[in-house]
Design a protein around this ligand. Structure first.
Ligand SMILES: *Cc1c(COP(=O)(O)O)cnc(C)c1O
Length: 460
């Protein structure tokens, strides 16, 4: 006990440590205040070691620990992770990873000045909203388009600009919560539009919409039920039926598609998601969708539709509040270029992942397994399902092959995988950690294999 007291008293004080060369260097790199804080923390750690009966670290060790702490405080909290969950659009893991061309375009524009709002022909102020527009229109058949910060913002903007103090008719089966507290009825309230609910949760007919139309109605709205499905005895009118009804009453049809795909998901063994082109062709006056769901690009919200409608949106003050930055616009444009060039499946990571067959994934998984050598004991390849995720294609999954780790300590193994650099996020299924290589980029597989070797080694 006396010994412990002595060791505690033997620790140097902050002032003494501050006079060392190491502390001076730290102060130059991190500033005096951060240095003092780091020294205090390192001293507190040293005290804790002594109180647990350990050996007192010397001044050099305390300074080294403080330097490490000061450096750690500068590490970004937002960092890359390896997604081995098999959830392709994992909202918590940042949704769509970007193609090399998209990243290059974003970097190119972010590094310097650009003609973001400058008309190079005329030598005067231009508009940032022209940049992705022609590509969006070319791909979707829309007359005009507008890109904003995200699709939640796009929906809020549309309702604010088109339906403030007026009525919008929507089916009870589509009053959805998208996640993160984004609920259609709340967004309506926020926009100042009055929600008129029709039909029932499972069945709504065109005549229900028609009966609800009053002289205060300005639009009918459709919301894609992106993240859940009502099954069984259900009915919803088609977009074309709703468009016809809306137009016969001089109203707009707004269609919030959510994931908004340009490609036919049926080609990937999934149910057919309504495409943006189809919604416009069916007569929707305005379609809203995300840039980072099935479009597979940077976070953005896209609004496409009739020129007169888009013009009203452009003039609304919210557009300024929701505007996208130059790097995002460059990325959206580059991502759309992949579709125009018909190379989405090979270039856009989420479409590449969607198109991987279980056989192909099994080959990758077997390679990882073979590389584990002795450590592979208890590991096996098992059939499983990859999820689309991200509020797209609810309940829908693609067959995959999972690399299942030994069936002990699943929580501990998963936690250890998360602590690596980069962290690996896996799934736990039936008490085992399982890894789905569908969502692991080819260049990440090597690191993942080495990491597994460490984690599974008995000396871990
Ligand atoms: C995901 C989704 C949104 C929100 O889009 P964000 O791009 O995440 O803001 C809105 N509506 C629907 C139907 C969605 O699926």
């Amino acid at each position: 006990m006396a010994d412990m007291q002595e060791r505690l008293r033997g620790l140097p004080g902050v002032d003494t440590l501050l006079q060392s060369q190491a502390a001076e260097a730290m102060a130059l790199a991190h500033g005096r205040e951060a240095t003092v804080n780091a020294l205090r923390l390192a001293l507190a750690e040293a005290r804790a070691v002594i109180l647990q009966g350990g050996v007192a670290p010397d001044a050099d060790a305390i300074l080294a620990a403080a330097s490490h702490l000061a450096e750690q405080a500068l590490q970004p909290t937002l960092r890359p992770v390896i997604n081995a969950t098999g959830v392709i659009l994992h909202t918590n893991l940042g949704r769509a990873p970007l193609s090399a061309a998209v990243v290059a375009a974003m970097r190119h524009v972010a590094e310097g000045y650009s003609n973001l709002e400058y008309d190079l022909d005329e030598g005067r102020r231009g508009s940032r909203y022209v940049h992705a527009e022609s590509l969006v229109c070319r791909l979707t058949g829309a007359e005009a388009a507008l890109v904003v910060n995200n699709n939640a913002g796009a929906v809020l903007l549309a309702l604010s600009a088109l339906a403030r103090d007026a009525e919008v008719v929507i089916s009870r089966g589509q009053l959805v919560e998208i996640g993160g507290g984004f609920r259609i009825p709340d967004v309506m309230a926020q926009s100042g539009a009055k929600l008129v609910e029709v039909g029932t949760t499972n069945r709504t007919y065109a005549r229900d919409y028609e009966a609800a139309i009053s002289e205060r109605t300005v639009a009918l709205m459709r919301v894609h039920t992106s993240n859940f499905r009502i099954q069984g005895f259900t009915f919803q009118p088609t977009t074309a039926d709703l468009a016809e009804l809306a137009h016969s009453h001089g109203l707009l049809l707004l269609d919030d598609l959510g994931s908004g795909t340009l490609l036919d998901t049926a080609h990937y063994g999934l149910p057919h998601e309504p495409t943006v082109q189809e919604s416009l062709a069916a007569g929707a006056d305005l379609v809203t969708f995300s840039g980072d769901k099935l479009l597979g690009g940077p976070q953005a919200g896209l609004l496409v539709g009739r020129a007169a409608v888009i013009q009203r949106l452009r003039e609304h003050p919210l557009t300024r509040a929701l505007r996208v930055d130059k790097a995002t616009l460059a990325g959206v444009q580059a991502n759309l270029t992949h579709y125009v060039r018909m190379e989405a499946e090979s270039e856009i990571p989420i479409w590449r992942m969607m198109s991987l067959t279980p056989e192909r994934i099994a080959v990758e998984a077997q390679n990882v397994l073979d590389g584990l050598g002795n450590m592979a004991a208890g590991c096996e390849l098992i059939p499983g399902q990859s999820m689309i995720g991200g509020g797209s294609l609810p309940e829908e999954s693609l067959p995959t092959i999972l690399l299942a780790l030994p069936s002990s300590d699943a929580d501990a193994i998963a936690a250890t995988l998360r602590r690596g650099d980069p962290p690996v996020v896996a799934r736990i299924q039936d008490g085992r950690v399982v890894l789905d290589l569908r969502t692991v980029a080819p260049e990440e597989v090597c690191y993942l294999a080495r990491r597994l070797e460490q984690v599974l080694s008995p000396s871990r």
